[in-house]
Design a protein around this ligand. Structure first.
Ligand SMILES: Cc1cc2nc3c(=O)[nH]c(=O)nc-3n(C[C@H](O)[C@H](O)[C@H](O)COP(=O)(O)O)c2cc1C
Length: 191
């Protein structure tokens, strides 16, 4: 490796992209592509439900790394701790209502919740909710969002528009370009 390549490697910022079970999960591939083209190193986690919506192949092809799914696939490492230490920024894109509830409750039953808990606010956590507008408006969901903001996590806004369920309103996943711009802004402000 040349000196400049080595320098680039050691200064390259690590983004952990976590994908949960929303119909908008396919947009995670666009976000991964934008961040990869900007020179960031990415690792991806998909919840078991996210695998119902999209396969891991696109994310693996873009990032060049296998997608993580559970805490138990790699017996030689403690995956949730290793990923929490590796990340310079964690983004959950899209974040389901269910993952928001688990994060607020401090659960650790799945890889995404466990690694966010293990990271314990060491690096920025960006959360991009995506769901039906009724789900988003529910007081339980709003309480979870407010609680996560109190933990110091950044909740990205949703967009208004026609949702996959056929209703119009808020709850659409923030566009990948806008999410990528916010991620880059945050990483630059910390470098
Ligand atoms: C077709 C379909 C679309 C869904 N879209 C969403 C969604 O956009 N947002 C959401 O919060 N849940 C959505 N769900 C429900 C979640 O997939 C479900 O709550 C799941 O348990 C979330 O798992 P996870 O948080 O572990 O990824 C959808 C379910 C189905 C069947």
């Amino acid at each position: 490796m040349s000196e400049s390549e080595h320098e680039r490697e050691s200064t390259q910022r690590h983004i952990l992209l976590c994908v949960s079970g929303s119909i908008a999960a396919y947009k995670a591939a666009s976000l991964a592509s934008l961040l990869h083209k900007s020179g960031y190193e990415l690792k991806c986690v998909m919840s078991s439900t996210a695998h119902e919506f999209i396969g891991p192949a696109a994310l693996e092809g873009i990032t060049g790394s296998p997608v993580y799914r559970t805490m138990f696939e790699r017996p030689h490492e403690i995956t949730h701790i290793a990923l929490a230490k590796w990340a310079d920024l964690i983004v959950i894109y899209p974040a389901s209502a269910s993952v928001l509830a688990r994060l607020y409750a401090g659960g650790a039953d799945d890889l995404i919740s466990a690694l966010v808990l293990a990271n314990n606010g060491r690096v920025p956590v960006l959360i991009a909710p995506a769901m039906n507008s009724g789900m988003l408006a529910h007081p339980a969901l709003q309480r979870n969002i407010a609680g996560l903001q109190e933990f110091g996590y950044e909740i990205l806004p949703t967009e208004e528009g026609l949702l996959a369920c056929g209703t119009a309103g808020s709850g659409r996943l923030l566009a990948p370009e806008v999410a990528a711009a916010r991620i880059e802004e945050l990483l630059w402000s910390r470098s």
